[in-house]
Ligand binder design. Structure first.
Ligand code: ZN
Length: 328
């Protein structure tokens, strides 16, 4: 039988089951209108590269576009805990919202009502970082049942699906050893942020894949990466994000490369023609699709992608440019 070393296994975290909280509105005026987002939950974040080296982490909230000095309001009542540049409001039951990069207008211990002023966006920030946690675990504010209204009609885009051997792009017409699959994907924001962040892109909420053979399904849909609900720990960062990943910066569009599958052994596949299909979803189930090899020119793609086993004794595995990919 054929098996893969699934990254999925690593990503199945202890069973966080967020309570179903009622949807809430926005922390900026107008409360009932959707605001632009320039950073999503679990986006890549890098810090340092000085003496302390470079650290990486998953983004623990969403970045809502705001003017410097703009007033920020509580979206849920609760008791205030002050951080240096943040107001954290904890409601009964441990449901907590953090308003970051603001000058607080409240004191620790105060009770704050819904829509009461909590602070002002700090100069130079141009956004509010909104974090939400339930039972001490950060959750995705863009999930269904989270912030509202939140309409999203943009489809995630998968710009490439790469086969790598020893970390280098494989000759897709002749793969002789175990390979990894890396996906380049992003989700365009539903509302384009103003300059200099107009090129900002978001991480998809879910990337999944399946493998088909001539006689049908070989591996059913596997959730390679799932950012729909919970924050992933920094220890998983290099398992999730592949080298060359970069975050959004002013005037610079982020570039997201995901380690989708690791250690595929062609010898386990057996002879035949295969099609590896990848789909990327946002939190509103818009979907982008792509198959292996589909980033090449049409001519190259039509030439069929051949994987030769290291032993060369049995299996010749081909990945084909499928009608599935053309229909994308
Ligand atoms: Zn942020």
């Amino acid at each position: 039988m054929y098996r893969l070393a699934l990254l999925t296994a690593v990503l199945v975290l202890a069973g966080l089951q967020p309570a179903v909280a009622a949807a809430y509105d926005w922390p900026l005026k107008p409360f009932g209108a959707q605001h632009a987002i320039r950073g999503a939950f679990d986006d890549p974040r890098f810090a340092g590269d000085g003496d302390g080296g470079r650290t990486s982490a998953f983004h623990f909230g969403i970045d809502v576009v705001a003017d410097d000095g703009e007033a920020v309001y509580a979206i849920d009542p609760g008791f205030v805990t002050l951080r240096r540049t943040a107001v954290v409001v904890t409601a009964r039951g441990g449901h907590r919202f953090g308003y970051w990069h603001i000058a607080p207008a409240l004191s620790s211990g105060e009770h704050v009502a819904r829509h009461q002023l909590v602070g002002y966006v700090l100069p130079g920030r141009g956004h509010l970082h909104l974090a939400e946690s339930i039972g001490g675990a950060y959750v995705n504010p863009l999930r269904r049942g989270g912030i509202a209204p939140f309409l999203d009609h943009t489809r995630p885009r998968i710009t490439d699906v790469l086969l790598l051997e020893d970390g280098r792009p494989a000759d897709i017409t002749r793969i002789s050893g175990p390979f990894d699959v890396v996906v380049e994907a992003y989700d365009p924001p539903p509302i384009v942020p103003p300059s200099p962040w107009s090129g900002a892109v978001l991480t998809p909420a879910l990337i999944r894949w399946r493998l088909l053979g001539e006689d049908g399904l070989v591996v059913p849909w596997q959730s390679g990466l799932d950012f729909r609900r919970q924050l992933l720990p920094p220890s998983l960062f290099d398992l999730v994000y592949a080298p060359e990943t970069r975050q959004n910066r002013p005037f610079v569009t982020g570039f997201y490369r995901f380690n989708l599958i690791r250690g595929v052994d062609p010898q386990r596949l057996g002879p035949g023609v295969y099609d590896l299909q990848v789909e990327a979803f946002d939190t509103r189930s818009n979907v982008g699709r792509r198959s292996v090899g589909s980033a090449g020119t049409r001519a190259r793609a039509r030439s069929r992608l051949t994987v030769v086993t290291s032993s060369r004794t049995s299996a010749v595995v081909e990945y084909v440019w499928s009608s599935y990919a053309r229909a994308r």
